[in-house]
Design a protein around this ligand. Structure first.
Ligand code: PGA
Length: 256
């Protein structure tokens, strides 16, 4: 296991926060604070309506802009949805797929997560594919089975050559927005399990090259010890990404 074989990625997930004008300010502030911090990739995933101002504010900086979801069809009668080519044309490089809030509140299944992932990859987007167990599953001792199943179903049919654009975010659902963070040992254990599944599906080399983030109440106080784990290659950060100073400290923690 060698972290040097893969990119560390610190990504913010703003969720349903920030208007376009607020986004412009927050992206500029974040970019100023993370300037020259090239030890990791820095991404802010923003609401669709913020994309234009966020991309403009991030121009010429080391901050990349992502979206928070994408539809799997190229076009058509899908009221309220956004296609991958709409995102790429707006300057989006990354997209979150399969976030637990989408799965919990909007009926996403591993099937739709898989379809969305394929559509995004085919359009040239980098996908931050989220998966993780709910509390009852952890308490029942089936975390390994759940994340293995999600990894296999969500990546079904995705060819090896597209894996370079897939980032996995391990997000235990019980840790999201709750202030309950997985311990570094818990995060490491599950990220290693996911890497093992990728190795079975795609071989060791691709598994070793795949960035696996931890997400769930990661903040400026706990990031360093989580990121120190050999299978934790970054973070997907919700609440703390809304505060540029806090988010920048997490980026700092990823420079080591
Ligand atoms: P949180 O969210 O950092 O607020 O727990 C993480 C996420 O949902 O990606």
């Amino acid at each position: 296991m060698n972290k040097a074989t893969r990119k560390t990625i610190i990504a913010g997930n703003w969720k349903m926060n920030m208007t376009p004008s607020e986004a412009a300010v927050a992206v500029k502030e974040t970019a100023e604070l993370v300037k020259g911090k090239n030890g990791c990739e820095v991404v802010l995933c923003v609401p669709y309506v913020d994309i234009a101002t966020a991309v403009a504010a991030a121009a010429g900086t080391n901050v990349k802009i992502g979206a928070e979801n994408v539809h799997f069809e190229a076009k058509g009668a899908y009221t309220g949805e956004i296609s991958a080519s709409m995102l790429t044309e707006c300057g989006v490089e990354y997209v979150i797929v399969g976030h637990s809030e989408r799965r919990q509140y909007f009926g996403e299944t591993d099937k739709t997560v898989n379809l969305r992932t394929k559509a995004a990859l085919n359009a040239g987007l980098k996908v931050i594919l989220c998966l993780g167990e709910v509390l009852e599953e952890r308490q029942a001792g089936i975390t390994e089975e759940i994340v293995s199943m999600q990894t296999k179903l969500d990546l079904a049919g995705i060819p090896a050559e597209q894996m370079k654009n897939v980032i996995i975010a391990y997000e235990p659902v019980w840790a999201i927005g709750t202030g309950l963070t997985a311990t570094p040992e818990q995060a490491e254990e599950v990220c290693a399990i996911i890497r093992g599944v990728i190795a079975k599906l795609y071989g060791e080399e691709i598994a070793e090259a795949t960035t696996i983030q931890y997400g769930g109440s990661m903040n400026d106080a706990n990031a360093a010890e989580l990121l120190a784990k050999k299978n934790v290659d970054g973070g997907l950060i919700g609440g703390a990404s809304l505060v540029p100073a806090k988010f920048a400290k997490i980026v700092d923690a990823a420079q080591a």
